[in-house]
Design a protein around this ligand. Structure first.
Ligand SMILES: [Zn+2]
Length: 238
């Protein structure tokens, strides 16, 4: 290997920019094998070294896009039924889910893979029922899917993917918290719930890096640690 290429690979590994370079070619193929490494071979190496990560990223991407589509429809349904704040909540969640989807897509592309879009099958019920659907969706993400995903992909050490999945999990926790907060103190009666939600002047702000969803702009993002300039106020649903 010529000196320039060796230095380049070493610098990339040091910078931690591309996980591929963190495995030295010598470790992968031996002294003889490193001569055979060509850029075209990276994809094959990735599909071997990050097999589980790729499977999980594809699954998570599909679920996030599915959630994005569902929340967009729930938002329209809420508007139709006259619940503008609930429509706004769903619209904001839809934005956050698309940010998670984008992050998973980017991680897949960096591994030489393409995401697969979900076949759209979304049941839109009444807004009251859609809120219930949203809570159970978020709970599944928090309690089952994402913790499982993190456990599975940790061993493969593709840190961009681990970060993307961890950020999505933290953001879904915020969603679930917001949904529960809306219900809190209103009892179990829908009429009281909708009165409370619709009576509030609410605003949603979303971190464009990680999808963090908050009702106030923080000093720094509590999930990804980026400055608050990455937060965008979501426009009301209309
Ligand atoms: Zn963030």
């Amino acid at each position: 290997m010529n000196k320039n290429r060796r230095t380049f690979i070493k610098n990339m590994a040091l910078a931690g920019g591309c996980a591929y370079f963190s495995l030295s070619p010598t470790r992968l193929l031996g002294e003889e094998g490193e001569k055979r490494i060509a850029p075209m071979e990276r994809v094959d190496d990735n599909s071997l070294n990050y097999k589980q990560t790729i499977i999980i990223l594809k699954k998570a991407y599909m679920r996030e896009i599915q959630a994005h589509l569902a929340y967009t429809k729930f938002s329209l349904k809420a508007l139709e039924e006259g619940y503008s704040n609930i429509a706004y909540l769903f619209k904001s969640f839809a934005v956050a889910e698309s940010i998670h989807g984008r992050n998973f897509r980017n991680a897949l592309v960096s591994l030489g893979e393409q995401p697969i879009s979900p076949a759209e099958k979304i049941e839109v019920l009444s807004t009251k029922e859609n809120l219930g659907q949203a809570i159970s969706l978020e709970l599944k993400e928090i309690d089952i899917y994402y913790p499982e995903h993190i456990r599975t992909i940790k061993a493969e050490e593709h840190w961009n993917s681990i970060t993307a999945v961890s950020h999505a999990l933290a953001s879904e926790k915020q969603h679930e918290h917001l949904l529960q907060k809306m219900k809190k103190g209103t009892g179990i009666f829908w009429s009281m719930l909708k009165q409370k939600i619709e009576g509030e002047d609410v605003a949603f702000f979303i971190c464009q890096v990680c999808g963090s969803t908050l009702t106030e702009i923080p000093d720094i993002c509590p999930i990804c640690g980026k400055p608050n300039s990455f937060y965008k106020e979501i426009e009301k649903a209309k």
